[in-house]
Design a protein around this ligand. Structure first.
Ligand code: AMP
Length: 299
């Protein structure tokens, strides 16, 4: 079963204490789509300008990502630039140039409207809702967000959250949304906004799921050297939904294992700039780390 992924398709200029890399392939949808492609067929919905480098299109194609829903418009591709502090947990946005994103209205090709699994990766919640409205009875809808939308588009975001099966956000966003520091209290409050499943990501400390069968604490894979964490959250949720789309049985039966695969692909993402490491990944490498995580958490 295929996964439809909408979100940002970007050029990212990233600065860490050790290195600087301009105009890498980035964006929430790019990271999520590449991650999901290791598990299931993926349909990407987004927009790029005519400055978008051809090798980046080739990368999507190598991962067999369906690009019928990717618009290429005259103008500049969305450009985001961020800088990490020494500890790599804190990031500062240096620049956001919307380019063709400014006037983007995602219109889904007919072949995309029946995709059973939908990932509304980080973009404006009004656009996420617009895509969801074009879908015909999807089986499972997940959305991610960022602090910007909590600050400038909260009513839109709340309208979207009501329509989701699963809402994924990080711990600082959960705090901002619920005004509570306690992650379990925050999960409970977010359920009241609509979604059956809520996942709070805690960076290098893993993630926590709350669903009908209670909590699941998913570890992060222990990394000794983080090169660039940009897109780790998108990789996590992309791999998770890709895994769910091909799993036999219900979402409830598979979501915990899918989160572990999400954590594994996110760990690889952190080992290279942008998508450089993830793009070279093999299914064998993913399985090896998934087994290691299983061993690390069994008691
Ligand atoms: P993450 O590290 O998981 O928070 O995701 C980083 C990705 O988000 C980068 O590849 C950026 O291109 C993308 N991004 C940054 N700001 C925005 C924004 N305002 N809207 C959509 N995507 C964004």
């Amino acid at each position: 079963m295929s996964v439809l992924i909408v979100g940002s398709t970007a050029l990212d200029s990233i600065k860490t204490p050790k290195a600087e890399n301009p105009r890498l392939l980035g964006g929430s949808a790019s990271h999520a789509a590449v991650a999901a492609s290791f598990f299931s067929p993926v349909k990407l919905v987004g927009v790029v300008g005519n400055d978008f480098p051809k090798p980046y299109i080739q990368l999507y194609k190598r991962r067999k990502i369906d690009l019928e829903g990717l618009q290429i418009l005259p103008g500049k591709t969305f450009h985001w630039s961020g800088e990490y502090e020494i500890n790599m947990n804190n990031r500062r946005t240096l620049l956001t140039e919307l380019g063709v994103f400014e006037t983007f209205t995602p219109t889904l090709p007919n072949s995309h409207q029946s995709a059973p699994f939908v990932l509304l990766a980080n973009i404006a919640p009004s656009l996420q809702s617009h895509v969801l409205s074009q879908m015909q009875r999807p089986r499972f809808v997940v959305a991610d967000t960022m602090d910007l939308w909590l600050n400038i588009a909260l009513p839109d975001l709340l309208r979207l959250i009501k329509r989701l099966d699963c809402f994924v956000l990080n711990d600082s966003e959960a705090h901002q949304l619920t005004q509570t520091d306690n992650v379990f209290a925050a999960l409970k409050q977010i359920h009241k906004l609509g979604p059956k499943y809520v996942i709070i990501k805690k960076g290098s400390h893993g993630s926590i799921l709350s669903g009908p069968r209670g909590f699941f604490i998913c570890p992060a894979y222990p990394l000794h050297n983080v090169v660039d964490p940009t897109g780790a959250g998108d990789s996590f949720v992309g791999a998770m939904i890709g895994c769910l789309a091909v799993a036999k049985g219900s979402v409830e039966d598979n979501i915990r294992r899918a989160m572990v695969y999400g954590a594994v692909v996110a760990s690889f993402c952190c080992e290279g700039f942008g998508l450089q490491r993830t793009a070279r990944l093999t299914r064998g490498q993913i399985e090896k780390r998934a087994k290691e995580l299983q061993k690390l958490t069994r008691f």
